[in-house]
Design a binder for this molecule. Structure first.
Ligand code: 5GP
Ligand code: MN
Length: 334
């Protein structure tokens, strides 16, 4: 952020305001952590913030402080639309294009109040008055910490805010493993722990809360995994029937794609998940090293993300989608 940007934000926040804070659809730990961290921060500054998520957040994030206050647009459209129209300022966090909010997009497009974008994805759209958009960061939560520092408000950090920030840093960095994890990331985390963050409890809350069904589904996914050894690639498929068999609930497939990379020598992994209700195949891509899955997702599967983690979708059948993927992989220079 430039000094000018910081001043503009300070002016916008100088008087108490009704503020809407929005994560992307299908919010993850970073989206929920960043929006709730900002929520608690703005509450402390005497604003009237409210987090409006486009759709439900997964159960494994329900323990996050303040999650009970989050409004879900797709469950309560009239009320959420009214709140959005009444807002004097809108923060969009962990995404940079309105279409990432699904049906909420049409409401956001109509708003005329200032938008502040805080995000770490590539190629931001041009809707925000203030853009703190930087792909060098591993998480939006790390940027929220910086944002609070830029405003000279580090004194207002407390255990609650720190817990939300820690959650997004932890989840988006793959537990501090992904390449954008820096010394600074760890210095911030050290401060958060000093503020009381329960760093040995949070990973358990996030990662060790599987249902028996989820683990069985993971077992099936691993059995479905195919390896294209000569291209150092692996992929997993899950059909709607398989999801049904294990009583799939939201969040159950989170993270499964990463198992593909845990095979020795594999640098590119994908998972294809059939969604009969939305009539799409939802795809996640992960890579290790220089192979750019953001580019791959953008070019071939109507998606995007980051160099080592991206997603996309296909409106073709699962088998046609996988056939297309296999063909593309065989053309890769891995
Ligand atoms: P995931 O595979 O966990 O759903 O997403 C990995 C990353 O890719 C996330 O940073 C997410 O923002 C991005 N991503 C996932 N799905 C899509 C998509 O359909 N479009 C775009 N542009 N980005 C996506
Ligand atoms: Mn993120």
């Amino acid at each position: 952020m430039t000094i000018q940007d910081i001043q503009t934000v300070q002016e916008l926040l100088a008087t108490p305001k009704k503020i809407a804070i929005i994560p992307h659809r299908g919010p993850d730990g970073d989206a929920m952590g960043s929006t709730l961290a900002l929520y608690h921060f703005l509450l402390k500054q005497n604003h009237q913030p409210i987090v409006i998520a486009p759709n439900e957040f997964p159960d494994f994030l329900a323990w996050l402080p303040g999650s009970e206050t989050v409004k879900i647009y797709e469950k309560d459209k009239d009320n959420c639309t009214a709140i959005l129209k009444d807002a004097e300022l809108v923060f969009t966090l962990d995404f940079n294009a309105f279409h990432r909010t699904g049906e909420m997009e049409t409401v956001l497009e109509q708003l005329t109040v200032p938008f502040i974008m805080i995000d770490h994805h590539q190629k931001p759209d041009d809707y925000a008055t203030i853009m703190y958009s930087d792909t060098q960061f591993g998480s939006t939560c790390e940027m929220i910490y910086n944002f609070i520092s830029f405003l000279d408000q580090k004194a207002s950090l407390d255990k609650t805010i720190a817990t939300c920030i820690y959650t997004g840093i932890l989840t988006d960095s793959g537990s501090f493993r992904f390449p954008k994890t820096t010394g600074n990331t760890h210095r911030i985390v050290a401060e958060l722990i000093d503020l009381g963050v329960e760093n040995t409890v949070i990973p358990t809350q996030l990662f060790d809360n599987s249902s028996y069904d989820r683990l069985q589904l993971l077992g099936r996914a691993l059995q479905n995994m195919k390896v294209i050894a000569e291209k150092q690639t692996s992929y997993i498929t899950l059909t709607q029937a398989e999801l049904n068999e294990f009583h799939f609930v939201k969040g159950d497939t989170e993270g499964i794609v990463n198992y593909g990379l845990s095979i020795k020598g594999i640098v590119f992994s994908a998972i294809f998940i059939e969604n009969q209700e939305e009539k799409i195949i939802k795809i996640s891509f992960r890579s290790q090293g220089n192979f750019d899955v953001n580019e791959f997702a953008r070019n071939h599967f109507n998606g995007g993300g980051h160099i080592n983690a991206a997603g996309g979708k296909s409106e073709e059948s699962l088998s046609a989608t996988v056939a297309k993927f296999e063909e593309l992989v065989h053309q890769l220079n891995v």
